[in-house]
Design a protein around this ligand. Structure first.
Ligand code: ADP
Ligand code: MG
Length: 638
């Protein structure tokens, strides 16, 4: 890379290009994205302009903020502007801004890699089927790279505020880009699109005007269209959230959402309001309808931007929205905070805390209304963001009751979502607890042997498959005076509840397990905490449960995965006294020569119970050896 000195030398000799041009390959994922763009069959190619204008507007916001503390970096005329300029003879379309600009590193970083967490991994998973991939990308977005849908060469000329050297980024989108020193004198960025053959519509001022009006009218910076004749300002150029709700069309809200959220879907919920009184602010908040890719990334992009009296301050105000509402997108524009507020001052700021409290109340209130009025739409929301919202159950006890009302669950009683109120209404006479089973999503959970006795008694069990469930359950503890209880823990009360009539008949009488249990205990020794008869099983011969005071099975596995515990609690092995296998074992206990078989069986059954739980076997070789032995005996006897 050339040094500042060598550039200065090159500038005086007029030899800059040769000296500094340097070609770099795109990050692999960007290369694949661009490949898609170039061969795009996307029907809405015009959105490239929205993306470039959105970036230009963000750049103006950033420079305006910088100029608060460094006034000499404000634009000369004091005004920010975005220009869309047409050069027909050259077949070039330029989007120019006087925003913050990019230096060499910025260009390489921002226009050569995918910075957004989650997105690169997402691109990695693309199927290779252009149509399908494009539909997915259409949902998650491509930003700057969309320029290559209409251009076969893109030049980006930029001078960063506060720096003296300007740079030119250039690419044909085919695997690489080049960087060279450039001779730009005004702070800001020019994105020059050399249009592909057949894309001449983007040289037509009428067409451009229409596109800008449709997609970018909400942009607060004036957008000027410059063709052959006089330049004209096309958009309204006032911040959308300052306009009256009655004067904003739904389409404008949608496009503003896409701009502010860097999103490509349609908002599921739009909340536009002003708060007056002790703390004054305007909020324009959205709940997305598609799940952002980085929702569970530690470095996810915060969604709500903070403005102070229309000046952008930060898109990283951690305290503006609670973590469990991090799916919110939009802007908050405060009247009370000082313009020169620093990031440090935003921490533990009482004004921000008040704003956060009202945002929380408003959003939850709106969610309650939606849940009531449009249950199906609400279910879609819950499917996307329920796991995030549930974090609030332990992070904010003051909202716990509301959140429990908003919570939806999978359950053994219904195919769709159920509420806790539904559950409470269906409790069986004598039922003392709200039962749940926690585990990984999928069929394994509903097939757990621990559920059998509950099914037979018509007792509903909540199926909890989000990792967060293990954290809020102990924090909440109970609801409506009923404790939340895992079916994988010890419980005696099942015996007191009658099986339902529709349960499959279990005519086989239970056998006395005393002798078998004693032998199992002797055999398994420290491998289990206890062996006992079970009333939670109907179809399976055995299962593992945690002792009443021990950690839930799934929670312990989860903590182990995250290296939060090395502890391996011993389990209780429960035997089903009505199962043919167990009955057979009891019957043969006294037989001469049966002892070895029962011993092998004890080990194999314990290992089977571990497999069903998804737990690793301590000695897989011993398991297969014993199993083969038992199978061999079975064949010999048949
Ligand atoms: P996004 O806007 O979602 O971050 P883009 O692909 O649209 O993604 O842009 C990538 C990055 O490139 C931006 O985040 C910004 O840092 C930088 N960038 C793009 N256009 C400009 C511009 N006109 N001025 C300054 N920076 C820009
Ligand atoms: Mg962008």
């Amino acid at each position: 890379m050339p040094t500042a000195k060598s550039i200065a030398a090159a500038l005086t000799t007029g030899n800059i290009k040769d000296m500094t041009e340097e070609t770099q390959a795109f990050q692999a994922e960007v290369g694949r994205l661009l490949d898609l763009m170039i061969h795009s069959v996307y029907s809405e190619k015009q959105i490239f302009l929205r993306e470039l204008i959105s970036n230009a507007s963000d750049a103006c916001d950033r420079r305006r903020y910088l100029a608060l503390t460094q006034p000499d970096l404000a634009p000369d005329a004091g005004a920010f502007k975005i220009t869309v300029a047409v050069d027909k003879p050259a077949r070039a379309l330029t989007v120019r801004d006087n925003g913050i600009g990019m230096n060499r590193d910025d260009l390489v970083q921002h226009l050569g890699t995918i910075a957004k967490s989650g997105t690169a991994a997402f691109v990695d998973q693309m199927s290779g089927d252009a149509r399908k991939d494009m539909a997915l990308i259409g949902q998650f977005g491509i930003g700057f790279y969309s320029a290559f849908m209409v251009a076969d060469q893109v030049d980006v000329l930029s001078l960063k505020a506060g720096e003296t050297a300007a740079w030119r980024w250039r690419s044909d989108g085919k695997g690489a880009f080049s960087i060279a020193a450039a001779g730009k004198e005004a702070i800001g960025t020019d994105v020059v699109l050399h249009l592909r053959p057949g894309e001449d519509e983007y040289l037509d001022p009428h067409r451009l005007r229409h596109i800008i009006k449709t997609y970018s009218d909400h942009i607060a910076v004036p957008i000027e269209l410059a063709g052959e004749g006089e330049a004209e300002t096309v958009n309204d150029a006032s911040a959308l959230w300052t306009r009256a709700r009655s004067e904003i069309a739904e389409g404008q809200y949608k496009e503003f959402y896409r701009h502010v959220a860097h999103a490509f879907d349609t908002p599921w919920l739009t909340l536009h309001y002003s708060v007056e009184g002790k703390v004054e602010y305007t909020g324009l908040l959205f709940v997305p309808s598609a799940k952002p890719l980085d929702l569970f990334h530690p470095d996810h992009r915060p969604g709500v931007k903070l403005y102070v009296r229309r000046v952008f301050i930060t898109d990283d105000a951690k305290d503006l929205v609670p973590g469990w509402l991090r799916f919110l997108r939009g802007v908050v524009d405060s009247q009370d905070l000082p313009l020169n507020i620093s990031r440090e001052m935003l921490q533990n700021n009482p004004v921000l805390a008040q704003i956060r409290a009202t945002i929380t109340r408003r959003v939850l209130g709106e969610l309650e209304r939606k849940a009531e009025a449009e249950p199906e739409a609400y279910a879609a929301f819950w499917g996307n963001f329920g796991a995030v919202l549930k974090e609030g159950l332990y992070e904010d006890p003051s909202q716990r009751e509301t959140l429990l009302k908003l919570a939806r669950f999978r359950s053994t009683a219904a195919d769709g979502w159920v509420t806790l109120a539904d559950y409470m209404g269906r409790m069986r006479p004598g039922q003392e607890a709200i039962y749940y089973i926690a585990g990984d999503a999928g069929a394994a959970l509903t097939q757990s042997p621990q559920l059998e006795g509950f099914k037979a008694r018509g007792i509903e069990v909540l199926l909890l498959a989000d990792p967060v469930d293990e954290f809020w359950i102990p924090a909440v503890g109970s609801h409506g005076e009923k404790p939340l209880r895992s079916v994988t823990r010890g419980t005696d009360e099942l015996a007191t509840i009658e099986p339902v009539e529709s349960a499959p008949a279990r005519d086989e009488p239970a056998v006395d397990l005393g002798g078998l249990i004693a032998l199992f205990k002797l055999t398994l020794k420290d491998g289990v905490k206890d062996v006992r008869g079970s009333n939670r099983l109907t179809d399976s011969p055995v299962c593992l449960v945690a002792d009443a005071g021990d950690m839930d099975l799934h929670l312990e596995r989860l903590l182990k995965q995250h290296r939060q515990t090395d502890r391996i609690s011993k389990r209780i092995l429960e035997l089903n006294p009505r199962h043919a296998l167990i009955r057979g074992l009891v019957a043969r206990l006294g037989d001469a020569g049966a002892h070895d078989t029962v011993v092998d069986m004890a080990h194999v059954l314990l290992d089977q119970a571990r497999i069903v739980e998804g737990e690793p076997l301590p000695d897989p070789a011993a398991f297969t050896r014993r199993l083969a032995g038992l199978l061999q005996k079975g064949i010999a006897a048949s």
